[in-house]
Design a protein around this ligand. Sequence first.
Ligand code: ADP
Ligand code: MG
Length: 268
Amino acid sequence: MTDIRDAVATPAAKPGTPTLEVRDLHKTYAGIEVLKGVEFAIDKGQVKAVLGPSGSGKSTMLRLMALLEPADRGAILLNGKRIGAEDRGGRMHHYPERRLAVERRDIGMVFQRFNLFPHLNALENVALGLTSVQDVAREEAKERAYKMLSRVGLGDRDHHYPSELSGGQQQRVAIARALVLNPQVMLFDEPTSALDPELVGEVLDVMEQLADEGMTMIVVTHEVRFARRAADQVTLFDSGIIVEQAEPEEFFENPQHERTKQFLRHVH
Ligand code: ADP
Ligand code: MG
């Protein structure tokens, strides 16, 4: 069987081309426009924190970027190449599922709810994507999964089931599960929002370590401390558009837009 991966393989990025970019991204649910032409790009090795009020479209943007849902309009580009759909004379033509499945491999996603399989232990949860999606042999998959669990500080919890792990540990397993597939970019959707306060730090530590190691990351979060410490740029999302984007110090100390000032009064 020919590998569809070869047919749609992502070209090496030209210098200056963002790793992941969206242009004029639109999405409407039941007549309500949730994304109103979002423009957003991230370069290799960059970390971008995305802040914004609840309901402003942050999760929708990430789901569209991860090709979990089709956009109504606009483009998603990985290393400058359109993924998910193409524009044919002003009409979106969404790629078939088989092709999407391959394109999705380059984009890792971590959700607020970790959604681990309860009947599989930590190691099996992490290895599953390798054996089922990437056809990696069982033994190799387990080895790679174990390495990734160790990287998130859970090498000694490999045989624990999700019910035997804390929320913070489960979220770290979920991070390992995404990382083991070797994505080009990691998307995090409020990864610490479902955790008890005392468990937030261990997850943020793992994410900061990833950032230090050069991972390309988009992180939707309410954690201002994380945004200040780990992000290269902070973005404010509101009502389906990007309002402001700046380096953390500038964003927090000298916001340009009234909307940003107003938002920051609530989170500080
Ligand atoms: P955020 O992550 O910023 O809180 P979301 O992207 O989850 O915002 O949601 C933006 C808006 O879109 C909300 O009003 C939400 O109710 C609506 N929405 C999101 N997903 C769906 C869906 N699958 N069906 C209908 N409405 C949706
Ligand atoms: Mg959300």
